[in-house]
Design a protein around this ligand. Structure first.
Ligand code: NAD
Ligand code: G6P
Ligand code: MN
Length: 445
């Protein structure tokens, strides 16, 4: 039987991740055959710096695939089956501000955690909603696989403003960590593991890891993490880490697991539970945004310029985004009803029994043609529940602030964040953020 061929639009076509996602799509055509790949961005110049190279890569792999790069929403969103959305409203220079402003006051400065995530959330919401509206207008049967950050706040905004939209919010962090967990436990592939996990985005825990025979490995993992964190012994920064800061993050899991040695934490908890250590080890003049601009961004754009100039992608240093294979898994599950079990960010709706049914939680779901069905988690313990309630309130207050244009709601969100020491500090950060986000945020009263 000839498999149907799909048309995909990448929203945020000028993203540093676009080439590796295209390579990954092209590498998986046996699972997800393609007839079109379109790039869509609202910054023509930036997308243009990648588009020629992407076109060459696609043409050399399969000239029958139509390639389009556009800034016109109608061209982008007409006749598409999947939208892979990875936009960054304000781009990396605004990420830099998100990170540096709180650090001025000795507070964690991070892309998605603490004040940085709140500021970024206020910018991202309208950008993501706008793309959902284009999708609904031009291809109402399309699915949006959205990994635009900050995923927790974006997911809450989707729940509130677009409850019936065909949008699935997803994050690659658990997958990246599971790749390491598989190695630590001696599996060949993370897909040999069946996991139980619960929490919010960048804010969750593994409670079970089983093989196909039903043997439980969580205690073995916890014992390992208490000694080495989520790294392999002696691997140093030679493992699968894009940067030294990611290696340090995997090592820090050791301290996180020590707090509750009954479940394996997402490494993003380092910003909430060891904010003081994070601030002490961050140069407030040179943050992760600077590392990305000097590293990944230069590398990807430089290589794309080289390919465009050479007219061929032969010998390219661009690599398939292996960690991004979950995007193909998700699209394949929706297209071919595979019933794959995947961690998604979805409305709780009773899955975690003792938690707000209207919170957006990250839990395993079964994915098929009609979307996803969450797996029941049951009751969670006090420590985890307390942390999650505080954090989900921060996320909801941020969306309240956006919706109502409310200064007070955003001040409350910042004040409630576990990363912020007082309402005084929260106000200083907020006032600085308002100053630099004029172009992006609604006016706050
Ligand atoms: P980037 O700045 O390199 O690229 C983002 C692109 O989005 C830019 O070209 C920008 O012009 C475009 N854009 C901004 N607003 C837009 C809009 N309204 N419509 C269309 N395009 C728009 O960013 P990056 O570092 O490559 O990251 C891209 C996004 O993916 C970020 O949100 C990042 O946090 C996210 N991300 C998420 C995960 C995950 O697991 N959830 C993993 C990696 C990256
Ligand atoms: C992980 C997270 C993403 C985040 C990214 C940041 O992949 O899941 O949500 O955007 O890390 O990585 P960076 O290299 O840009 O700091
Ligand atoms: Mn993520």
């Amino acid at each position: 039987m000839n498999k149907k061929k799909f048309s995909v639009v990448i929203a945020g076509g000028g993203s540093t991740y676009t080439p590796e996602i295209i390579l990954m799509l092209l590498d998986n055509m046996d699972r997800l055959p393609l007839r079109a790949i379109k790039l869509y961005d609202n910054d023509e110049e930036r997308q243009g710096r990648l588009a020629k190279a992407c076109e060459i890569i696609v043409r050399e792999k399969d000239p029958s695939i139509e390639f389009v790069a556009t800034t016109d929403p109608e061209t982008a969103y007409t006749d598409v089956d999947f939208c892979l959305a990875h936009i960054r409203v304000g781009q990396l220079p605004m990420r830099e501000k998100d990170e540096k402003i709180p650090l001025k006051y000795g507070v964690v400065g991070q892309e998605t955690c603490g004040p940085g995530g709140i500021a970024y959330g206020m910018r991202s919401i309208p950008g993501v909603l706008e793309n959902i509206e284009y999708m609904e207008k031009y291809s109402p049967n399309c699915w949006m696989l959205n990994y635009s950050n900050p995923a927790a706040i974006v997911a809450e905004a989707c729940r509130r403003f677009k409850p019936d939209a065909r949008v699935i919010n997803i994050c690659d962090m658990p997958i990246g960590m599971e790749n390491n967990i598989a190695k630590i436990l001696g599996f060949n592939d993370r897909k040999e593991m069946t996991v139980r996990y619960f929490g919010l985005n960048h804010f969750g825990w593994w409670t079970s890891i089983k093989d196909d025979d039903g043997n439980e490995y969580i205690d073995k993992l916890l014992a390992h993490q208490l000694e080495y964190g989520n790294t392999l012994p002696d691997e140093g920064n030679n493992g699968d880490y894009t940067d030294n800061s990611w290696y340090e993050t995997a090592k820090k899991v050791k301290d996180l697991t020590a707090i509750d040695p009954t479940m394996a934490p997402n490494s993003y908890f380092q910003y909430y539970l060891f904010g003081d250590d994070m601030v002490a080890h961050t140069n407030p003049e040179y943050t992760r945004a600077n590392q990305v601009m000097d590293g990944r961004e230069k590398r990807v754009f430089g290589e794309c310029a080289r390919i465009a100039e050479a007219g061929t992608a032969e010998g390219t240093s661009l690599e398939i985004g292996i960690h991004a294979s979950f995007i193909v898994d998700l699209a394949t599950a929706l297209a071919f009803n595979t019933h794959e079990r995947m961690l998604l960010i979805v409305r709780n709706n009773g899955a975690i029994e003792n938690f707000d049914k209207d919170a957006m939680v990250e839990i395993p779901c079964i994915v098929g043609k009609d979307g996803y069905e969450p797996i029941t988690i049951g009751t969670i313990p006090t420590f985890q529940k307390g942390l999650m309630e505080q954090q989900v309130a921060v996320e909801k207050l941020t969306v309240d602030a956006y919706e109502q244009g409310s200064y007070h709601k955003l001040w409350q969100a910042l004040t409630l964040s576990k990363t912020v020491p007082s309402a005084n500090v929260a106000k200083k950060i907020l006032d600085d953020y308002i100053e630099v986000n004029k172009e992006y945020w609604p006016e706050l009263k």
